[in-house]
Design a protein around this ligand. Structure first.
Ligand SMILES: [Ca+2]
Ligand SMILES: [Ca+2]
Length: 90
């Protein structure tokens, strides 16, 4: 996710959506909703501050590293395609 932040330290929504859709094969609509979850101050720009807050949310064990499992459980909490949808549970 860090590589999305370009030289100006700001990933705009369309920039993020394009990159995320490419890397994770989500459709752009889903990626856009996901961006809104990550952009905590809602300024339409994903910055280091947003990333830091999200990183802390991901790092369930507080060991300052985010494992694939932690990233996956973070995704399942905030990613629109994994909440609701076709699931009959809950
Ligand atoms: Ca922001
Ligand atoms: Ca961790």
């Amino acid at each position: 996710m860090y590589c999305i932040l370009k030289g100006d330290g700001c990933a705009e929504k369309q920039e993020f959506v394009k990159q995320w859709s490419h890397d994770y094969h989500d459709n752009p609509h889903v990626s856009g909703i996901f961006f809104d979850h990550l952009d905590l101050d809602q300024d339409g720009c994903l910055t280091q501050t947003d990333i830091d807050f999200n990183f802390r949310a991901m790092d369930a064990h507080g060991d300052h590293s985010v494992t694939e499992a932690e990233f996956a459980s973070f995704l399942s909490a905030v990613h629109p395609s994994s909440t609701g949808g076709s699931s009959v549970v809950g």
